[in-house]
Design a protein around this ligand. Structure first.
Ligand SMILES: [Zn+2]
Length: 278
């Protein structure tokens, strides 16, 4: 029997892998099979409201991620994950879960230097079209469509959970994390995209980052990745579209951004490695 960290979406019993079909099944004989779009749907019935990203959002994100502006961040993350997921002496399988993996960009960027026989990579998203894209781009992971309210994993089953492009909400990421597991969280720091934010909101004042971490987690390490990069108008527009201040844009500020050329913009990320609080 091939055990996995997965829990049956129907009855929560552990799921086993059926090697020849690459499907999963529980002792109650529920089955979870890969669909023709290349991922496993853990949504039950029509109860769940399916999330979709707009085509515009998907394009903006793909454009941004492939523009190289995130390379300093992915370099730092690769270094961190190499330490956390390196092949251990007793060769027990390691499980890496990328929470809200989107179209799989970070998995594809980070996977190669980490890959070893004992590493299993899981990508979870609640957006069906994002996973469709993740499969199309050959993301090297088992892709799961799931509500973020209940992840299809057993308690204490995952070595590393990454939350790289999403907010940490609820308790699910902590629930699935092993006792000695680590959660890697990326947050925009106080100077992140400062010059673009100043265009949209001229009276903006700098505030220190408020972490607001859940009580069940404590900081193992905290690293800042900060640098200034030249940004084109197209990149600037995409960065604003992706941000949580984009809604403040009006016609006049949009025109200003459309006319920038190689504007120096601060990128400032806080990379947290979190562990369970004692
Ligand atoms: Zn079941």
């Amino acid at each position: 029997m091939n055990t996995t960290p997965l829990a049956c979406p129907f009855c929560q019993l552990p799921l086993h892998l059926h090697a020849s079909s690459q499907g999963f099944y529980c002792d109650e004989k529920h089955r979870l099979d890969k669909n023709t779009q290349g991922f496993y749907s853990c949504l039950l019935g029509s109860k769940h409201k399916l999330q979709t990203l707009s085509r515009q959002q998907m394009r903006a994100k793909q454009f941004l991620l492939s523009s190289g502006l995130y390379a300093p961040l992915t370099a730092k993350l690769t270094e961190l994950l190499q330490t956390l997921l390196s092949n251990n002496a007793d060769s027990t399988p390691k499980h890496w879960l990328d929470y809200q993996c989107g179209d799989g960009f970070f998995i594809r960027q980070l996977h190669e230097p980490l890959a070893h026989e004992q590493l299993h990579t899981w990508g979870v998203s609640d957006a069906e079209n994002a996973l469709f894209a993740a499969n199309k781009f050959h993301t090297p992971a088992t892709l799961l469509l799931s509500s973020t309210k209940r992840l299809p994993f057993n308690d204490n089953s995952v070595d590393v959970v990454t939350v790289l492009d999403s907010q940490l909400k609820g308790q699910e990421c902590q629930r699935v994390l092993k006792q000695d597991g680590r959660l890697v969280l990326v947050l925009p720091n106080s100077r992140h995209l400062w010059q673009l934010r100043k265009i949209i909101q001229p009276d903006l004042v700098e505030k220190p980052l408020a972490l607001n971490l859940p009580k069940t987690l404590t900081i193992a390490t905290q690293t800042q990745v900060a640098l200034t990069q030249a940004v084109t108008a197209q990149q600037g527009e995409a960065l604003i579209a992706q941000s949580n201040f984009g809604w403040r844009t009006n016609k006049s500020t949009a025109r200003t951004v459309a006319n920038i050329s190689d504007m120096e913009v601060d990128f400032d990320w806080c990379v947290l490695v979190l562990k369970r609080a004692e």
